[in-house]
Design a binder for this molecule. Structure first.
Ligand SMILES: Cc1cc2nc3c(=O)[nH]c(=O)nc-3n(C[C@H](O)[C@H](O)[C@H](O)COP(=O)(O)OP(=O)(O)OC[C@H]3O[C@@H](n4cnc5c(N)ncnc54)[C@H](O)[C@@H]3O)c2cc1C
Length: 467
């Protein structure tokens, strides 16, 4: 049986599964993927055009993918301002980054308006350094934001960083106050409920096995087929198996451990806020506390998938979980004795530049995709849903015409070169980061190879990965 995240296990039972698709059906818009991206897209389409007949096809249950497994860190794209400016120019780059901030406020308002208790807490994003080598990882971004007149990252005193994180292992950091944290499965399942209330038809346990790319498109499933005027592919890492997107994405894992509830221990070390925290490693560590006093601690980038196939080790991997726990113990020696109760993992659809890519599959107007969230999709998926809704409704607006939409992201080499190369680079990154964590200088060859790691949350120049 599939290994579920703690978040999803805690949330399931909220509603019966929606029935699989049986027989032939039709829709104005068929969305493949019932995660945050697919559900926000469905909701935005219905809000704009209630008469539009929207169907979501989900191979598992809504939230069974990354959306119900992630760390729940709701981040803006300020940290990616450099890449946004490269892609869209200064004005549009700032507009998109600001829209990602606005999305966090809209997320909170949406949850309130629709009675979704997603445990939303706005504590900001603390981007920290936990080794000397990580110091100043944010400098170029802070400088750029100043130049752009958008000083969104506040430099904190080192003592303040150690105080807020509850651990003196944190040497320095900057704060993006716009960020928040959520229980991600509650959010995703809440969106599912709202989508159904708006009249979206959802078929769970319905895997799309074939996409006929003609117009109207036909999506085949094990027990049926649906013909649709427009198709939105919101299939995250699974999209890497499509021939058109194969070289646009590298699929890696992100692994999470979750401790027992220990609110008194967290209070003792002063970790009482709701900051979403990360270090500045290439294989990033990201962590936060939950309202119940658990610690969620995750690490991105360990497992690598071949040809978009996601084996069971993308649900859970005990060996990797032990490595994640060792890193948690290193960063929080003062939480010794607090037990780890759960672990799980999930896939990350990392694009070359670390931002999502929106476009038309094979240039077909009616086949739209939004993938490549690169481990930063919880907040941005709301914005992504807006962009995909504009594309699906063929509206000409600031979203569909933005230079952000298009195919400018770089490409990876095809498998098996990509798979082999990714392992070589990953091994070098691991050796380099182990050396830094032990206070040693890494071998120059490892540092050189690590430079080939693709960008994640943060532009490549700052050498960071993603959640
Ligand atoms: C462990 C982990 C930690 C993360 N932490 C963070 C974080 O703290 N903050 C952050 O912002 N982001 C984080 N992310 C990333 C974030 O979860 C994603 O970017 C976001 O959820 C993307 O949503 P999605 O809808 O694209 O993907 P998903 O939720 O994966 O949805 C895609 C859906 O498509 C379905 N599907 C695939 N193929 C088919 C098919 N052929 N037919 C039918 N259905 C199909 C899948 O079953 C899946 O449910 C994390 C991800 C992981 C895995």
């Amino acid at each position: 049986m599939q290994h579920r995240s703690f978040w999803l296990s805690e949330t399931l039972g909220d509603a019966p599964d929606e029935p699989p698709l049986h027989g032939a059906a039709r829709a104005d818009v068929a969305i493949v993927g019932g995660g945050l991206v697919g559900l926000w897209t469905a909701i935005r389409i219905k809000e704009r055009d209630p008469a539009c007949d929207v169907v979501v096809l989900e191979q598992d249950i809504c939230g069974g993918g990354a959306s119900g497994r992630n760390g729940g860190e709701v981040l803006s794209w300020w940290a990616k301002a450099g890449k946004l400016v490269d892609l869209c120019g200064r004005e549009e780059g700032v507009r998109i980054a600001q829209a990602s901030v606005d999305a966090i406020g809209e997320l909170e308002a949406f949850c309130t308006a629709h009675g979704i208790d997603a445990e939303f807490h706005r504590g900001g994003y603390l981007w920290t350094a936990t080794t000397a080598a990580q110091l100043g990882a944010w400098d170029s971004t802070v400088e750029l934001l100043r130049e752009l007149g958008a000083p969104a990252l506040e430099l904190l005193e080192p003592e303040e960083v150690a105080r807020r994180t509850g651990s003196p292992v944190h040497l320095a950091g900057v704060l993006d106050p716009s960020a928040a944290t959520v229980q991600p499965a509650k959010l995703t399942r809440g969106l599912r409920r709202v989508a159904l209330e708006l009249g979206v038809r959802i078929h769970e346990h319905t895997r799309v096995t074939h996409l006929d790319r003609r117009s109207p498109a036909v999506l085949r499933t094990p027990a049926g087929a649906i013909s649709a005027d427009r198709v939105v592919l919101a299939t995250n890492a699974w999209a890497a198996s499509l021939r058109e997107l194969h070289t646009r994405l590298v699929v890696i894992t992100s692994d999470i451990i979750l401790t027992e509830e220990a609110p008194e221990r967290l209070a003792e070390i002063g970790w009482t806020g709701y900051e979403a925290i990360s270090d500045s490693q290439v294989m990033i560590h990201y962590y936060r506390r939950t309202p119940q006093g658990r610690v969620m601690f995750g690490k991105g980038g360990w497992g690598i998938a071949l040809a978009g196939r996601l084996p069971a080790s993308f649900d859970r991997h005990e060996g990797r979980a032990r490595d994640v726990e060792a890193n948690f113990r290193r960063i929080y020696p003062n939480l010794a004795g607090v037990r780890v109760e759960y672990d799980w993992c999930g896939p990350i659809d990392r694009s070359y530049h670390g931002l999502p890519i929106f476009g038309r599959l094979g240039g077909h107007e009616h086949l739209i995709y939004g993938v490549g969230w690169s481990g930063n999709g919880v907040g941005p998926s709301l914005l992504g849903g807006r962009i995909l809704a504009s594309l699906a409704l063929a509206e000409r607006d600031e979203w569909s015409t933005s230079p952000f939409v298009g195919e400018r992201a770089g490409r990876f080499p095809p498998d098996p070169v990509r798979y082999t190369g990714a392992h070589v680079v990953r091994s070098a990154v691991v050796r380099m980061e182990r050396a830094y964590a032990a206070g040693r200088d890494p071998r120059p060859w490892d540092t050189f190879l690590a430079g080939f790691a693709p960008a994640g949350i943060i532009p490549k120049t700052t050498r960071r990965a993603d959640g």
